[in-house]
Ligand binder design. Structure first.
Ligand code: MLC
Ligand code: AMP
Length: 504
């Protein structure tokens, strides 16, 4: 018999015997059971197949978070379409690039964005459907009469399930291709490693267009046949209200600093919780300690990427060490190497390279770029730098890639610099990160201009082209950028120059 590696099929073997078990619990009341989820995703899969989509076609989705949006993802898995989630903040200019690069067969967008999304979809000869945060729009209206039964397609382990775009050092975003086998390997391993069970209730307040909120969070719940409270976004008061009903929460460090900044947040609200997980950006050791003091819980920090899903994690049992991301996860080989790919000594800084069944299939339509990111012996070069302790705990201490992480979102300076440089009067610019109490890092730009420029006008202009989280929050004007004798802009000098300096 052929083994079906289809991720939905793999996960569905573990769904609860009782189909009435809630899969999604809405914070404002109401729920979606496992049976309802199976029927709804089947209806959508049938409808999408009826549109003429074939296995391997891309379905690009830029919609607000909702249980319906998650059903679209599951339907794509079931039917073998490649799911392409897009940040709801992306502007028209950004979407244009993604659509032309990924060449989707279907675009699904919020009705509020139809006026510009539909023409962009048409330019690529893609079909177009709408979906809003309440489940309204053409997609659910039209699929309502489709059959609620669907035979999941047979997928190979290497068949693509999703493409996640991550920006790059050239300013041109790259689509990381993840297969059914990649995602299943990580989901089942995390399920076991973090001790998931059917009684777990995840407080889900992350966006569902990234590896963290879509794959790590939802796959763990599905693999356990557990439930999740599906919040539209992270709002600290709403999270505090829902926390007593949850057993697990996943978040970026900003979630934890915002909870701690709230006087109302206390151990009492965490009485049912068994696990707080943090990732996507560095969790300060001071946040880890303050959280333990306030709640009695030691946050479990883990480390991963879009290209790889989760790689390293603090243990469920055993010491969760503040300031570290823990130990390599089961089945994943992690090595820290120097410039000659030789293992570094304990305590020395090394480039982090990884291998395992979760590592992606390459960048969409970029074979040369893909080849550059792997070593000759098949390790993926993460672009992060770490230090390993004598007992194997790894700390992330830097990055070889030029990147800023703001509130868990990655911003690639080159992409922002290209937009700023195109503003009239700007001679050149350099984008870098500065410490920020809320977002961990905030995007800043140093500009050399040939005339007097107004920082507000620079920000307004950048907002037309870039998602809001990429737009610099600090603008500094300089007569020249600091460079080394090779002519390379010294971003470390900029970070030092402007740490704690108010921008103009
Ligand atoms: C929102 N804004 C941000 C921002 N989030 N600006 C910079 N950085 C961010 N992260 C902008 C908004 O567009 C808006 O801009 C203004 O800031 C409003 O701020 P806010 O109301 O405070 O934002 P909020 O909606 O509360 O969002 C903050 C947040 C959110 C931290 C809750 O960013 C978030 O959910 N982050 C999670 C990101 C995530 O899931 N990362 C995982 C990547 S996967 P304006 O101009 O309109 O005022 C990955 C791999 C791995 O990294 O290991 O997991
Ligand atoms: P992304 O490309 O959006 O998937 O982001 C992946 C990057 O986020 C990694 O390469 C790291 O730089 C960073 N990251 C993820 N988790 C952590 C963590 N726990 N600590 C520090 N950086 C992290």
């Amino acid at each position: 018999m052929t083994t079906n590696h289809n991720l939905y099929d793999v996960l569905s073997q573990r769904f609860p015997a009782n189909g009435n078990q809630p899969f999604i619990v809405h914070p404002t009341g109401g729920q979606l059971s496992y049976s309802q989820m199976e029927h709804c995703s089947a209806q959508l899969a049938n409808y999408l197949c009826g549109l003429g989509l074939s296995t391997g076609d891309r379905v690009a989705v830029q919609v607000k978070k909702s249980s319906e949006a998650l059903m679209v993802y599951l339907a794509c898995l079931r039917a073998g379409f490649i799911y392409l989630p897009l940040n709801t903040g992306y502007t028209e200019a950004e979407l244009k690039y993604f659509f032309s690069d990924a060449n989707p067969s279907l675009v699904i967008a919020d009705p509020a964005e139809q006026s510009y999304c539909q023409p962009l979809a048409q330019q690529q000869s893609a079909l177009f459907e709408t979906l809003d945060a309440m489940g309204g729009g053409s997609l659910f209206e039209r699929s309502a009469s489709s059959s609620p039964y669907f035979d999941n397609v047979i997928s190979g382990a290497d068949d693509l399930a999703a493409i996640l775009y991550t920006s790059g050092t050239t300013g041109r975003p790259k689509g990381a291709m993840l297969s059914h086998g990649n995602l299943a390997a990580n989901a089942l391993m995390l399920h076991d490693y973090w001790g998931w069970n059917q009684d777990d209730v995840l407080l889900h307040a992350l966006p569902i267009f990234h590896v963290h909120g879509l794959f790590v969070a939802c796959h763990c719940v599905l693999a356990a046949g557990a439930s999740m409270i599906f919040m539209p976004s992270f709002n600290v008061e709403d999270v505090i209200t829902q926390l007593p009903k949850a057993t697990v929460m996943m978040g970026v460090p900003t979630f934890y600093t915002r909870l701690l900044a709230t006087g109302d947040f206390s151990a009492g609200q965490c009485s049912a919780m068994r696990l707080f997980i943090s990732g996507s950006a560095p969790l300060l050791a001071t946040t880890h300690q303050a959280f333990e003091q306030r709640t009695g819980h030691r946050i479990l920090e883990r480390y991963g990427m879009s290209e790889t899903s989760m790689l390293i994690s603090n243990p469920l049992q055993g010491e969760r060490r503040a300031g570290t991301v823990g130990l390599p996860l089961p089945g994943i080989t992690v090595r820290l190497v120097d410039a000659d790919n030789q293992a570094v000594a304990i305590g020395d800084v090394g480039s982090i390279q990884v291998k395992g069944p979760n590592i992606f299939q390459g960048y969409w339509k970029m074979p040369e770029k893909t080849a550059q990111e792997f070593t000759e012996d098949g390790f993926f070069i993460t672009g992060d730098q770490g230090v390993i302790s004598a007992d194997g705990y790894i700390s992330i201490v830097g990055r070889t890639k030029d990147m800023v992480i703001s509130g868990g979102y990655n911003v690639y300076p080159k992409e922002v610099e290209l937009v700023i440089d195109a503003i009239e009067g700007v001679k050149e610019s350099a984008v870098f990160g500065v410490a920020d109490a809320d977002f961990g890092e905030a995007v800043a730009v140093a500009i050399v201009a040939d005339r007097a420029l107004d920082s507000v006008a620079v920000i307004t202009s950048a907002k037309e082209k870039l998602a809001a989280y990429k737009v610099p929050r600090h603008v500094y004007f300089l007569t020249e950028l600091p460079r080394n004798n090779m002519g390379k802009v010294q971003k470390n000098s900029l970070r030092e120059m402007f740490s704690g300096v108010t921008s103009r």
